[in-house]
Design a protein around this ligand. Structure first.
Ligand code: FAD
Length: 462
């Protein structure tokens, strides 16, 4: 008998309940990944995520091959491809780990019922969130609107389960597979991925290495250092979590096991950041259009700036004339990741100083980030815009100059990503002196701030 394991956002062999169930069944196992760009409503991956996916699939195939079976690759609408694979392999059962977007859920439940009509048993497992979105809800069975009570209720409900070990060995038939390079996930010309290759090791081993490095190093002091972009002060686990190369249960328990009197508070704060990821997914689950629709409908009346080509381009390329904004945007361009504090500052700048619709920024991040996550990206952009739940108050407008003076006082982060500032007289406010090769500010900070305040104020009074 054959069990088909369908990998999706869980590209790992350890703590993978679907894979473990297949291995424990004693069946032959066929493992597959389906590149689905065809199902209506599926959001295609951005360019940086495609790069990541390619390498992550190579790594997963290597791990599975070591266990005894290859990873089978197919392309097309999952609703067609999975039944075809069931037929080809004569599988009597299909297993997968749950995903939480609306299109994904609809696809999965339709498949479950059509497979069961054919006598094929389809079973799904919890793997990628420590608390499923419907598990810990606000009184009315809806999403929490505020993070702190959500996370407190989650932790009070139960301790996240312990991670499962990887199976020892698997066996199964070899079916025809697509050749990964034919999927064209990697950039050709220009090859913009050099900074990504230098920074990351996609795959399960790379994920565990990041976790170990973090626990051996930056976790002590995380609470304060997580705000300093020049430091390696955070885990950089986000793309690994996004693709499920490591599970939140594994990260959670490794951190808890590492706790001692000097790191207890750092680990509590780190745990609550994992909680923000869960919170974002609960929001997305109950608000599937989070990436495109204002959570607060009053924002539908907001008038965004319409002729913004030049300003938008300056922001995207890191040429706004504001060092922190430019450093962040160039960091993302180079390595596919941006420090959290700088994500907040760059998003605030686009929305409030340039008055560009937050959805434009959300899309750009979606394309450029290796950790682009349907829930965290959308929820964070709405948070900064003030259109989401648990929003920052409208008058909170990040001042990029004050932010860099406070969080990067020596300008080390600024100069790392904007090298022409090395010769500037004033690294935080280059326009006050000479800064050869560095652009003048695209907008006046004070004027643009006033403009945003009055637009937001008008909205809050209407
Ligand atoms: P750590 O500080 O080491 O945190 C550990 C893990 O907790 C992260 O890997 C991540 O999975 C989770 N986490 C931390 N902060 C947050 C947060 N605020 N919201 C949700 N989860 C969090 N995060 C993404 O994973 N994908 C995105 O597409 C994304 N887009 C963002 C867009 C904007 C405008 C902003 C302000 C934030 C965004 N974030 C996103 C959240 C956050 O910036 C990143 O998760 C974090 O910088 C990742 O770095 P790290 O792994 O070193 O984090």
């Amino acid at each position: 008998a054959v069990t088909l394991v369908w990998f999706r956002d869980d590209l790992r062999i350890s703590d993978n309940p679907a894979l473990t169930a297949a291995a424990d069944s004693g069946d032959d196992v066929v493992a597959c990944y389906v590149l689905d760009e065809e199902t209506d409503g599926i959001r295609p991956l951005g360019s940086a995520s495609k790069w990541w996916l390619h390498h992550s699939l190579v790594a997963l195939d290597a791990s599975l091959t070591e266990l005894g079976i290859p990873l089978l690759l197919r392309r097309g609408a999952a609703g067609d491809v999975i039944p075809r694979l069931v037929q080809e392999s004569s599988a009597h059962a299909v297993v997968w780990n749950r995903r939480y977007g609306l299109t994904e859920r609809t696809t999965d439940s339709a498949l479950k019922s059509s497979l069961s009509d054919q006598g094929v048993d389809a079973t799904s497992y919890q793997a990628n969130l420590m608390y499923e979105p419907w598990e810990v809800t606000a009184g009315s069975g809806k999403a929490y609107r505020v993070f702190t009570p959500f996370w407190r209720a989650c932790l009070a409900s139960r301790t996240p389960r312990k991670p499962l070990p990887a199976p020892d060995a698997l066996h199964g038939p070899h079916l025809d597979s697509d050749d990964l390079p034919t999927w064209g996930l990697l950039p050709t010309t220009p090859d913009w991925a050099e900074g990504l290759r230098d920074t990351w090791t996609p795959g399960e081993a790379g994920a565990h290495q990041r976790l170990d490095d973090f626990l051996d190093g930056a976790v002590g002091g995380y609470k304060d250092n997580r705000n300093l972009p020049a430091l390696r002060g955070t885990s950089m686990l986000s793309p690994h979590l996004r693709f499920g190369e490591i599970s939140p249960f594994e990260v959670w328990h490794a951190a808890q096991d590492h706790k001692d009197s000097s790191t207890a508070e750092d680990i509590r704060v780190f745990g609550s950041e994992l909680g923000w990821r869960e919170f974002s997914w609960q929001l997305l689950y109950f608000n599937p259009e989070l990436a495109t629709v204002n959570y607060r409908p009053e924002f539908n009346a907001f008038t965004w700036e319409s002729s913004t080509e030049a300003e938008l381009k300056a922001w995207q390329r890191g040429r706004t004339g504001y060092p922190l904004i430019d450093a962040g945007m160039r960091q993302m361009w180079q390595i596919g990741w941006m420090h959290n504090r700088v994500r907040m500052a760059t998003a605030s700048f686009l929305i409030k100083n340039l008055m560009i619709d937050w959805r434009v920024g959300e899309k750009w991040f979606w394309d450029c980030l290796v950790d682009a996550d349907a829930a965290s990206n959308a929820a964070s952009w709405q948070w900064v815009a003030g259109s989401g739940v648990d929003a920052s108050p409208y008058f909170r407008i990040f001042n990029p100059v004050l932010q860099s003076k406070k969080f990067d006082p020596k300008g080390a982060y600024l100069v790392r990503f904007v090298p022409e500032l090395a010769d500037a007289d004033n690294v935080h406010e280059p326009w006050k002196g000479s800064a050869p090769g560095y652009p003048a500010p695209v907008v006046d900070l004070k004027e643009s701030r006033e403009r945003a305040l009055s637009a937001y104020k008008a909205l809050s009074e209407s």
